[in-house]
Design a protein around this ligand. Structure first.
Ligand code: FAD
Ligand code: UDP
Length: 362
């Protein structure tokens, strides 16, 4: 087989590039994917009860990047879903990120924005330098809220306490002095109206894209003639683990379908201090699906298994840097996406990176 581009991985990175290349040029793309479906980790499908679920945990699109949003709007409408997350702490259901409502419920008292600022000013730990994910939290809200919301959740999620992780992990959650209970405040957010998978199908619906599922690229690479390779799989695998395996945090998803219309009060409910799972997702909230049953998903973090989260620790970044150096030596091979860049990237960052790479390619 002869193609212009061999693209490894049919997630956001791979599909965006396949789409761009074939929409703009008369080029042939072979898109190879190990799994039996497209969409990468955002794959959604109707389960045996007819409920639309996400196979790899809760995925909500959100971005402030207008070019990324406009780009994806070519392939889907959005359903207007606004993500809200509840955390169960001290037996109470409170919204995350921490905001006025959270604090009032937790402490059974009223706060004004000014009073809350003053409260945190009194309780926060004054630090000269933010060195890790614990510092991020205690320097904003103090030890008590750190213990309630972050310490144990992070230990479950990452296998280590926040003081061993780079600041970027807990920096993902802001602290609010108003009553905005949304999880994300980005200008654009939602879920594709008919699901992520349908959006991906439209993206790669081009006669010049040949999709090969259930195939590791190594099985076919010797029988394909190509000019350029775009690789969105794990970078250490590409180089045969020559500098050792890059560690990932994995997840085990346990699904349950219940004979009731609704299970919980939000799409995602976090359990920082109880149980072995971190959170429960109920997909009907995401898709506004009417159904007499509902499917929920428990998320159990694991050390081994499919690679989901690159681990943001200095020693892991050091290993990645070695692989990156090797990657930079290669001509006509491009590494992009969460696994190839070994970075905790959101969907919009991946699409943005892919669009930029495309601009570079042309
Ligand atoms: P992937 O989606 O991982 O796609 C890479 C593809 O390459 C995979 O399908 C894989 O099977 C394939 N592949 C790998 N190796 C090979 C090989 N050797 N041969 C062939 N194919 C191969 N982001 C958000 O913006 N919002 C969210 O709410 C959100 N929630 C998340 C929740 C969880 C539990 C996780 C794990 C991630 C979440 N993310 C979220 C991040 C989001 O999943 C990623 O940003 C996005 O999926 C990355 O796309 P990608 O194309 O880089 O990687
Ligand atoms: N986090 C936490 N408690 C929570 C929610 C999040 O300690 O209830 C921490 C945890 O370390 C997590 C990080 O904040 O990995 C980022 O949270 P986010 O919801 O962005 O994680 P993701 O959806 O990417 O798993």
């Amino acid at each position: 087989m002869k193609v212009d581009f061999l693209i490894v991985g049919a997630g956001f990175a791979g599909c965006t590039l396949a789409e761009r290349i074939t929409a703009q040029f008369d080029k042939k793309v072979l898109l190879v994917e190990t799994r039996d479906h497209i969409g990468g980790n955002t794959y959604d499908y109707y389960n045996e009860d007819g409920i639309l679920i996400q196979k790899y945990g809760p995925h909500i699109f959100h971005t402030n990047l207008k070019d990324v949003w406009d780009y994806l709007c070519r392939f889907t409408e959005w359903n207007g879903y606004v993500h809200r997350v509840i955390a169960v702490v001290r037996g109470k259901e409170v919204y995350l990120p921490v905001n006025l409502d959270t604090m009032e419920r937790l402490y059974d008292r009223k706060f004004t924005s000014e009073e809350l600022e003053e409260y945190f000013e009194q309780h926060r730990v004054k630090l000269d330098k933010i060195r890790n994910s614990r510092d991020v939290v205690v320097s904003q809200v103090g030890e008590e809220l750190y213990d309630l919301f972050f310490k144990n959740y992070t230990k479950k999620q990452w296998g280590v306490y926040p003081d061993e992780l780079d600041p970027e992990v807990t920096k993902r959650l802001p602290v609010r002095f108003n009553r905005d209970t949304r999880y994300f405040t980005d200008a654009y957010q939602g879920i594709p109206k008919y699901g992520f998978t349908r959006m991906f199908r439209r993206m790669i619906d081009n006669k010049n894209i040949h999709l090969l599922l259930k195939t590791d690229y190594r099985e076919i690479i010797d029988s394909v003639e190509y000019n350029k390779l775009i690789y969105t799989g794990p970078i250490d695998y590409y180089f045969d683990y020559m500098f050792g395996k890059l560690p990932y945090r994995s997840l085990d998803f346990k699904f349950e379908t219940l004979d009731r219309e609704q299970y919980q009060h939000a799409g995602v409910v976090n359990y920082p201090n109880d149980y072995d799972y971190t959170r429960i997702t109920e997909f009907k909230h995401f898709y506004f699906q009417q159904h007499r049953k509902t499917t929920i998903c428990y998320e159990y973090p694991m050390a081994e298994g499919d690679p989901y989260y690159p681990i943001p620790k200095p020693e892991c970044r050091e290993i990645y840097r070695k692989y990156r150096k090797e990657a930079d030596k290669l001509r006509s091979v491009y590494f992009i996406g969460r696994l190839a860049q070994y970075k905790y990237l959101n969907m919009d960052q991946v699409v943005s990176g892919a669009l930029k790479l495309f601009e570079g390619l042309i």
